[in-house]
Design a binder for this molecule. Structure first.
Ligand SMILES: [Zn+2]
Length: 252
């Protein structure tokens, strides 16, 4: 019994020491808009969003998801990396989020589903191409129609993932390297979806499984980049979130 306890403590200590050599935490946002509500699953008002940015920019080295995947492959992740991610493709990306990030000179990754482009409340093609031309902003893939991937055949998964990649690449004129699974929970991301993200040519892919699988809460050496967890920003304040990231990332 005692040996087991010591063994698991040693494993945890080694894992945290390993993480300290380099890590990147990923955080998810959806919409940022003027509304009467505090943060919900789908969004938060700009003033609240800025409190997260204040906390993050003070503590972490911010990088785009694609930069994090490249650094992970080369074992050059910063000690305290953090990547801001935004999902889906709402027009807020262009009208609210990008202006705030640009004013603060903060990099970020926007995951865009093809079906959001030109849709009600979605980005226009013009807005998307302007975002892609902003060096602070990386455009990533998020499938064609935002399905629950685990409910599809592997062929359908490939059409969703690789099709969205080529749709976006044709629009923005450059290669995509980062992907986020729609919904992104454990039930939505099966082995076949993970294989397909790799096959489609992505360097890595994000889930939303943070805190459900503690050992892979941050991207670090030894973590499969196609199973990169993300921290949610709803129902948590920036200080609490930073404390969780610091603890799980081996920073505290
Ligand atoms: Zn989504």
């Amino acid at each position: 019994m005692r040996g087991l306890e010591q063994g698991s403590r040693l494993t945890i200590a080694l894992r945290r020491a390993r993480v300290r050599k380099g890590m990147c935490a990923f955080v998810t946002f959806h919409r940022v808009w003027e509304n009467d509500m505090s943060a919900t699953d789908m969004g938060m008002p700009p003033a609240e969003f800025e409190t997260f940015l204040d906390a993050f920019s003070e503590r972490y080295t911010l990088l785009q998801v694609g930069e994090a995947f490249k650094a992970h492959a080369q074992n050059t992740l910063p000690r305290n990396g953090l990547a801001l991610t935004f999902d889906d493709g709402y027009a807020d990306m262009s009208t609210v989020i990008a202006p705030i990030l640009t004013r603060r000179e903060l990099p970020a990754t926007f995951f865009v589903a093809t079906s959001f482009i030109g849709a009600d409340e979605g980005l226009t093609v013009n807005q998307l191409t302007n975002l892609a031309n902003n060096p602070l902003i990386e455009i990533g893939g998020h499938t064609r129609t935002h399905p629950h991937l685990s409910q599809l055949t592997s062929r359908q998964q490939y059409e969703e993932i690789a099709g969205n990649k080529s749709d976006l690449e044709a629009l923005i004129g450059g290669p995509l390297v980062s992907f986020a699974y729609p919904y992104g929970g454990r039930a939505d991301v099966n082995r076949s979806a993970i294989r397909t993200a790799r096959k489609a040519g992505y360097l890595g892919a994000c889930t939303t499984e943070s805190l459900q699988i503690p050992e892979i809460n941050v991207l670090c050496k030894g973590v499969n980049p196609y199973r990169t967890n993300r921290f949610a920003t709803n129902r948590i304040n920036p200080e609490e979130l930073c404390r969780a990231i610091d603890y799980l990332g081996g920073l505290s």
